[in-house]
Design a protein around this ligand. Structure first.
Ligand SMILES: Nc1nc2c(ncn2[C@@H]2O[C@H](COP(=O)(O)OP(=O)(O)OP(=O)(O)O)[C@@H](O)[C@H]2O)c(=O)[nH]1
Ligand SMILES: [Mg+2]
Length: 314
């Protein structure tokens, strides 16, 4: 796919950081759109499209989600220009503030109306932020209704993971970026067995919820790769009953068919016996001795209620 058909969109301060990092990891494979109330974030227009929800000042719409939503609505003609050439939109946002919580669902609605397959990766606030969590829950409900796929990340789990690795959750955790970049690369780079947007559509449009995993590790240890994927900082995921899976295995020039087969088995063995599995494989010189797996799983039992979600964050 061409780069203007794949659009990475960051909404709100944290979402824009993640989107920028994802975009640079994708090396010209996708376009970038940054949406925020604080336009001081937009330093370098050459890097992508910028859409300000502020009124020419840097005060933005701090903690005012309804205001951000109104401004996103008013900016629909500008967004439409960017969405015209897009086929897949990946939205990155952290909910609980004003800009991300207010504008994400409205932007997802605009993207779908423009015919784009819309995948949102949205983070829920830290559990010690009850007011932000309340704002985020309302925003999440609306985002779920408007996006084709809405993946929830827990900031608490993201932070634990980052602490274990000695990196900052915001700048260095890398997990959100790996997930989003994995999805973009799956569609944009040519492989031995290619996956395309039609494949992705047919998996995510199945009934029930959908989510994504990413893992990187030893190609001779499929179980460890699967365990790594399952240890992701996702919130509210129940894999039981999953009946759709898009799976891409990528490895170095030394990757063997036997390794690919064993990895595919490890990732699909727990799925429904009638599951639709679409499979892709690619060789990349820079992955010598390593395998990277990206999986989109669908047909999940419906997302958790607010209370269940809160419990899962505890
Ligand atoms: N503890 C902590 N949490 C943060 C920090 N920055 C962001 N967050 C979390 O990330 C969520 C989203 O933050 P931002 O992306 O900055 O919010 P925004 O959408 O830009 O919202 P406004 O700035 O209010 O328009 C918040 O609800 C918090 O849960 C921080 O410095 N410390
Ligand atoms: Mg902000």
């Amino acid at each position: 796919m061409d780069s203007e058909e794949l659009l990475i969109t960051g909404i709100g301060g944290v979402g824009c950081i993640w989107a920028r990092n994802t975009h640079s990891a994708c090396e010209g494979l996708a376009d970038l759109l940054l949406i925020d109330g604080d336009s001081s974030l937009f330093e370098n227009e050459a890097e992508g499209h910028m859409l300000s929800l502020g009124e020419g000042d840097s005060s933005g719409c701090a903690a005012l989600a309804p205001l951000a939503e109104q401004r996103m609505l008013a900016n629909a003609p500008l967004a439409e220009e960017v969405l015209k050439s897009a086929e897949l939109v990946v939205i990155l946002t952290a909910l609980g503030g004003g800009s991300g919580s207010g504008a994400s669902a409205e932007f997802a609605r605009q993207a779908r109306r423009a015919g784009c397959l819309t995948i949102a990766i949205s983070a829920m606030p830290f559990e010690c932020q009850p007011l932000r969590t309340r704002i985020a829950e309302i925003a999440l409900e609306r985002l779920r209704r408007n996006a084709d796929v809405c993946i929830q990340v827990s900031l608490d789990r993201l932070a634990w993971r980052s602490r274990e690795r000695g990196v900052d959750w915001l700048e260095g955790s890398g997990w959100v970026e790996d997930l989003a970049a994995g999805l973009i690369q799956m569609l944009a780079k040519v492989g031995l067995i290619n996956l395309d947007l039609m494949d992705l559509r047919s998996i995510v449009r199945r009934e029930g919820g959908a989510t994504m995993f990413v893992a990187e590790g030893d190609p001779d240890d499929p179980e460890a790769l699967f365990a790594e994927a399952m240890s992701s900082p996702l919130a509210g995921v129940e894999l039981a009953g999953a009946d759709g899976c898009l799976l891409q295995v990528e490895g170095g020039p030394d990757l063997t068919l036997g390794q690919v087969d064993a990895i595919a088995d490890a990732f699909t063995i727990g799925l429904h016996h009638d599951a639709q599995v679409i499979f892709g494989a690619r060789v990349s010189a820079e992955l010598e001795g390593t395998a990277r797996v990206v999986a989109v799983v669908s047909g999940l039992s419906m997302p958790m209620s607010d209370q269940e979600l809160l419990d899962s964050l505890m």
